[in-house]
Write a protein that binds this ligand. Structure first.
Ligand code: SF4
Length: 243
């Protein structure tokens, strides 16, 4: 008998979740309130709260899994999701870039070298696929996936994310609980559960913090609220921020 849950079992557990689980929204707002009171620089506060909010999303998913006894079958080195188009806003991109700049020298250099060869190799193809209209074209994910171009932050030798701790929301909120061979057979994430609804709490708290900083006249490198509304492919953001 398979040790993995069937899709039907997963669906039942997800249904159960809506009856037994309440998202701890307060936890998200407490993070930004804590950082609002700190004396550190704006950039440090924004970066720290961003990292903690991302972790709060992952923690919330873990609590839900525990509640209905589901265990993710996603494994280190499995990266089918990393060939999907990842769309983030300008603020998230800037904070990710800032976080990468603060990585230890060796790690940061490795990412910069990797990005240079990544864009040399995929530049032309990327121009084409990142011109797909993700707001209007309902097929854009399928079309993008067909190009078989990895995310700029994927190390294709190890199949691991080079910025794992700050990977954005889309990379955290699609989780597989069935046999991971399904993703392998389809060369794409299949039968995954989406926790993307947690974006509301994450972005709600981050937005509130940005607004607070804006009113304090201290937004530094953040353009509020424009940064929140400008979305693009992560491949385009990383290209424009490349060292
Ligand atoms: S940011 Fe990391 S986890 Fe997300 S798609 Fe890129 S390589 Fe994968």
């Amino acid at each position: 008998m398979s040790q993995f849950l069937t899709l039907e079992e997963v669906q039942q557990k997800c249904h159960q979740l809506s009856d037994v689980y309440v998202i701890d929204e307060n936890k998200f707002y407490m993070i930004v309130e804590k950082w609002a009171d700190q004396t550190s620089s704006t950039e440090e506060k924004v970066l720290a709260s961003f990292t903690e909010l991302l972790q709060a999303v992952s923690d919330e998913i873990s609590s839900m899994e525990e509640k209905v006894q589901m265990e993710s079958t996603c494994r280190l080195g499995c990266a089918f999701c990393c060939y999907f188009p990842i769309i983030i806003n300008e603020m998230e991109a800037k904070i990710m870039k800032k976080a990468i700049e603060q990585f230890p020298e060796q790690r940061k250099n490795k990412i910069n070298v990797h990005l240079r060869s990544y864009y040399e190799k995929h530049g032309e193809k990327l121009k084409k696929i990142t011109s797909l209209d993700f707001e209007e074209d309902e097929e854009f994910k399928k079309k993008y996936r067909k190009s078989f171009i990895p995310c700029p932050l994927l190390d294709i030798k190890t199949n691991q994310c080079m910025a794992y701790e700050i990977r954005p929301i889309p990379c955290r909120t699609y989780v597989n609980y069935t046999d991971p061979a399904v993703c392998e057979q389809n060369l794409m994430p299949k039968e995954t559960v989406s926790f993307e609804f947690l974006y509301e709490q994450y972005m709600g708290a981050l937005n509130e913090f940005m607004q607070f900083l804006y009113e304090e006249d201290d937004t530094a490198y953040i353009r509020y609220p424009d940064d929140l509304f400008t979305h693009d492919y992560i491949a385009n953001w990383m290209l424009s921020f490349r060292a």
